[in-house]
Design a protein around this ligand. Structure first.
Ligand code: NAD
Length: 373
């Protein structure tokens, strides 16, 4: 089990939060979990339930804070939270269902926390939680959910963000060469929505390898490989390269959509693009953001570019439909991308700094309206 090193939980956090850190133990079913509700000034907090053996409460807090900033930046009526069930997500399904249902009953009194899917949990898990306590987002379509990974809510937002950001980098999406690291829910949909807007996918990677072709890759053929359980490296119409080499592929737009810290001080100089749109969570270190800024590469931060999923979840929670979700993603993600890049240009700072300030300013205004901040 992941344990916490901190002995004084009150030492964690700042004037924004967290408002609650709740440890859960239900020994009869082997449940051990932590819930961090960071800030609820805007309303009940939405944040994923992760199932993993090795996430500390401190890490959970960091993830909850990221949700606070993302939700505040989007002006959603939801605060930020995160929870972790300390367990192996690949356990047999009946055991997983029992554990998740036990988790649901344990969080029932935490009315200001709305769980959503995250690593190791999915829409079925959210269906179980909703069945227990009537509160969860990212639900199966059959019970009124908007299946955000199926419709590509986050990938759609990434494409909108790229479209708005392109002129700031002296680009147009028509004919723009795009590289995507990660061909999962976010990466595949981002590639598809960008292609619809005239861009061309010239490089892609998944955990099994990477493939490039300056003349373009066939996204449907790549998706077919994925459906067959194969890596994109099995694609026949391109040159297979090492995963680490993808960052140096000449392109206009480079999209990290896989893992944290993909762009770091030790590899950022290899980027050969004008625009980075962050689909993954925390894919660039702060050092790397600074270097991209110095090099004139426009970088749209994660909590601005990848908010499509949580916007869709918020629409679902308020009873809205898929079309409303798409319209709201376009408005929120597109609008925030423009505002962030305009502010960054005016202040001459990396976009991540301008975006953080934007989110914190909105959060402070919301907190001023609350009796207890
Ligand atoms: P996913 O599991 O569907 O896909 C991840 C992809 O990344 C897979 O193709 C995998 O093979 C690939 N990958 C993993 N390690 C890699 C490596 N070292 N090099 C190259 N490729 C690698 O996950 P997802 O839902 O698409 O999420 C991707 C990222 O976006 C994660 O950081 C996630 O936290 C973040 N995110 C997802 C959503 C969402 O709505 N799904 C929303 C916001 C942020």
């Amino acid at each position: 089990m992941a344990t916490d090193s901190f002995t004084d939980p009150f030492a964690l956090g700042d004037e924004i939060g967290p408002s609650k850190i709740v440890y859960i133990r239900t020994p009869s079913v082997g449940l051990r979990a932590v819930v961090v509700i960071d800030n609820v000034a805007a309303g009940p907090a939405i944040g994923g339930t992760r199932m993993a053996p090795d996430v500390s409460a401190r890490e959970c807090f960091r993830l909850a804070r990221a949700m606070t900033l993302k939700n505040a930046a989007c002006g959603l009526r939801h605060g930020g939270a995160k929870s972790v069930i300390f367990a192996d997500p690949t356990m047999p399904r009946p055991d997983k269902e029992q554990l998740i249902r036990a988790f649901a009953t344990a969080i029932a009194p935490l009315a200001d926390y709305i769980p959503g899917p995250d690593m190791g949990t999915d829409e079925t898990a959210m269906g179980w939680i909703h069945d227990e306590i009537g509160r969860a987002v990212g639900l199966p379509a059959e019970i009124g959910g908007i299946p955000l990974d199926v419709i590509g809510a986050t990938g759609f937002g990434v494409a909108i963000s790229a479209e708005v950001a392109a002129p700031f980098a002296g680009l147009s999406l028509k004919g723009a060469r795009v590289v995507v690291q990660g061909f999962g829910a976010v990466g595949e949909h981002a590639a598809r929505f960008l292609e619809k807007r005239g861009a061309r996918l010239v490089g892609v990677a998944d955990i099994g390898g990477a493939v490039v072709n300056p003349d373009g890759l066939d996204i449907e053929a790549l998706a077919q490989l994925k459906r067959l359980g194969k890596s994109v490296a099995a694609y026949r119409g391109g040159r297979v390269i090492a995963n680490e080499a993808l960052i140096a592929t000449p392109c206009d737009i480079w999209i990290p959509a896989a893992r944290p810290d993909a762009i770091r001080a030790d590899n950022v100089e290899r980027l050969d693009c004008r625009l980075v749109v962050q689909g993954a969570n925390v894919p660039a270190t702060r050092d790397a953001e600074g270097i991209m800024f110095q090099r004139g590469i426009v970088s749209v931060p994660d909590f601005i570019a990848n908010a499509g999923g949580v916007v869709s979840a918020a629409v679902e929670y308020s009873g809205g439909a898929r079309a409303t979700a798409f319209a709201m993603i376009e408005e929120k993600v597109g609008g925030n991308t423009r505002l962030t890049l305009e502010r960054a240009r005016a202040m001459s700072v990396p976009p991540v700094e301008a975006a953080s300030q934007l989110a914190i300013d909105r959060l402070r205004k919301m907190m001023e309206l609350r009796r207890w901040r």
